[in-house]
Design a protein around this ligand. Structure first.
Ligand code: 8Y4
Length: 275
């Protein structure tokens, strides 16, 4: 029910919000300057005030077609932010990375959770996560960020994703990650058609139930495709999707829209308690 994130607690007895803090140059115009850092810190503090239980910091864009980022560039983006935020925030910080070097450096600065869209499949990532003894989110992706949306195919997307996640959890446990430190994520939008994404959302209860589920649908094209609306007009749909996921048992909702999602999850939580 409670996750120890490097001394800070993540309460998973009710659904919680993970606030997204992007520190890629496309989210803040000038990389590395004080105003960039200041904006990131203010945004993180605002999300905590709005009720975020954890803040996810990522310096590597995982959007379809995004260019690869070097270890050095990724560290230059995320470390200054983590250094300031880790001692200041009352909630844990999560590091969105697939690189073991970034996991280690971020952990040394006080990060409390590893959010890996590659599910620790990069070389030496399993060993790094096991040694750091932090909670880790293992996400499903078909293909690589560059090509994943070209022609995604599954026999049964829910069974395929469930099988992959069960295998990655087993690999993590074999490498020395504590079972209680594992969260799983079906990876909405990562190598999935719109139909695959809704099959996954509908079948969320069929994913491995031994681990808490984290999901991220906020602003994604699975919402835009149904609404036929651009990314800045997907707030209400994202809140609806978050509510549905939480009703189906999701423990953590990763979102850009913290205040609205926190309200929705309070209603969800009261409903789950009522039944
Ligand atoms: C607008 C804004 C449209 C953002 C698309 C996006 C997940 C994740 C991402 C997720 C976990 C994104 C790092 C994609 N999505 N980590 N990361 N789960 N665990 N796209 O679903 O936000 S980045």
């Amino acid at each position: 029910m409670f996750l120890d994130c490097a001394g800070k607690t993540l309460d998973l007895s009710t659904p919680q919000v993970m606030g997204v803090l992007n520190v890629t140059p496309d989210s803040f115009s000038d990389g590395g300057s004080w105003s960039t850092l200041d904006a990131a810190i203010s945004q993180a503090e605002a999300m905590v005030e709005q009720g975020a239980a954890i803040i996810d910091i990522g310096g590597e864009s995982t959007r379809p077609g995004a260019p690869a980022v070097s270890v050095e560039d990724e560290l230059a983006r995320v470390l200054p932010v983590i250094e300031v935020l880790a001692p200041r925030l009352p909630v844990p910080i999560s590091i969105d990375t697939s690189k073991p070097e970034v996991m280690r450096a971020a952990a040394a600065e006080g990060v409390g959770l590893i959010n890996d869209v590659l599910a620790l499949q990069a070389k030496r990532a399993l060993a790094a996560a096991a040694e750091l003894n932090l909670p880790v989110c293992l996400m499903h992706m078909q293909g690589s960020p560059r090509t994943m949306q070209q022609d995604p195919q599954y026999v049964d997307v829910v069974s395929d994703v469930a099988g992959f996640l069960a295998h990655r959890a087993a690999a993590a446990i074999s490498a020395g990650v504590a079972k209680q430190n594992i969260l799983l994520d079906p990876g909405f939008g990562f190598g999935k058609t719109v139909e695959h994404n809704y099959q996954l959302l509908a079948g969320l209860e069929r994913l491995p139930e031994a681990f808490p589920l984290l999901v991220g649908m906020s602003r994604k094209s699975m919402l835009g495709a149904i609404l036929d609306k651009p990314v800045d007009q997907r707030l209400h749909a994202g809140v609806a999707a978050a509510t549905i996921a939480a009703m189906k048992g999701a423990a953590v909702i990763r979102t850009h829209d913290v205040a609205e999602t926190v309200d929705a999850l309070k209603i969800t939580s009261a409903t789950l308690r009522g039944e």
